[in-house]
Design a protein around this ligand. Structure first.
Ligand SMILES: Nc1nc2c(ncn2[C@@H]2O[C@H](COP(=O)(O)OP(=O)(O)OP(=O)(O)O)[C@@H](O)[C@H]2O)c(=O)[nH]1
Ligand SMILES: [Mg+2]
Length: 294
């Protein structure tokens, strides 16, 4: 039996959470086109005959400006230091940039402390013309002495089976760390809060996505029905107005989208109530961050 942890590392928006969901064939992490979508570490366990892979999705590495962001980066660095295998994700639709070099610096630092297999996962190949892919791959391959280089499409699932078999080859020997039924460490409450936040990220722009947090006030299961009440925190009155929208239309739309997603994930009927509250500078507030699980 083989068992080990694999950290998914990369700059924001490269597709770490998309890859986690694809490898699990189940949605446990939210995904959006806004950077800094993931704020915590998320476990996903892949079970294969003879191996168990504990994938650890992380917040994208960036230069932090708020206490929240410092926490996010700390989480990623800790995960990077403790994992048995590293996936470093980079994006084939662009050349290596400053964000990737920052990631590489962190990886080199961690490897110096304890050498481990480092797999370069070149993502989003579905967006790149096959003829242009090879030079781009070579550019990325030159950056570091990667243990393996695997191009994939996290979105479509291209080549992810190969990524799994390459990963198993580099996992340490050991007994399974999790029970057969364990898929993730995300509770139903956390999933509910995150799916609501995802729908907000998909419908808002500029500062608003960063200023949003979701708190579950009540989660009551009654047979095949879940009654969920949640508060959306924003940092400014103007953000609250944007979220609510004209005649409450936007909040209603967010609620509908979140409810549909949660009904699919939980396989239950969901009754969802949303409230919006202003809490100034919560991203700098130690107490607020603790309450929100950050
Ligand atoms: N076309 C295409 N889009 C992708 C692929 N992987 C991810 N995306 C898109 O890229 C965006 C970012 O994806 P995420 O999975 O949220 O990225 P992330 O690395 O987890 O980002 P952070 O959590 O912010 O660090 C989303 O709009 C995804 O749909 C891919 O293989 N192909
Ligand atoms: Mg993510």
């Amino acid at each position: 039996m083989k068992f080990g942890t694999v950290a998914l590392i990369g700059r924001p928006n490269v597709g770490k959470s998309t890859l986690l969901n694809q490898l699990l064939k189940q949605k446990v992490a939210i995904v959006s086109d806004k950077p800094q979508t993931t704020r915590t570490r998320i476990l996903g366990v892949v079970h294969t005959p003879g191996a168990q892979i504990a994938l650890l999705d992380t917040p994208g590495l960036h230069k932090p400006q708020h206490l929240l962001n410092r926490r996010m980066v700390r989480t990623t660095v800790e995960t990077l230091e403790e994992a048995d295998v590293l996936y470093v994700l980079m994006d084939t639709t662009s050349s290596p940039g400053p964000g990737d070099l920052l990631v590489l610096d962190h990886v080199k630092g961690a490897i110096r402390k304890r050498p481990r297999p480092v797999i370069l996962v070149l993502n989003k190949v579905d967006l790149v013309n096959k003829l242009k892919l090879l030079p781009v791959m070579e550019n990325y391959a030159r950056l570091f002495a990667w243990t393996e280089v695997v191009p994939v499409s996290a979105e479509i699932g291209d080549n992810v089976d190969r990524l799994l078999s390459v990963t198993v080859a580099h996992l340490p020997e050991g007994d399974a760390g999790y029970g057969e039924d364990t898929v993730t460490d995300q509770s139903m409450r956390t999933l509910a809060a995150e799916m609501i936040r995802e729908k907000i990220l998909l419908q808002t722009y500029e500062e608003v996505p960063y200023s949003v947090a979701v708190e579950i006030d009540a989660f009551v299961e009654e047979g095949k029905l879940a009654r969920i009440s949640a508060t959306i925190l924003v940092e400014r009155e103007s953000h609250k107005m944007i979220l609510i929208g004209k005649h409450g239309e936007r909040l209603k739309e967010i609620g509908t989208e979140a409810r549909k997603e949660l009904e699919a994930i939980f396989e239950m009927k969901v009754f969802l109530q949303l409230w919006v509250k202003v809490r100034e500078a919560w991203r700098e507030d130690e107490h607020a961050l603790m309450e929100l699980g950050y």
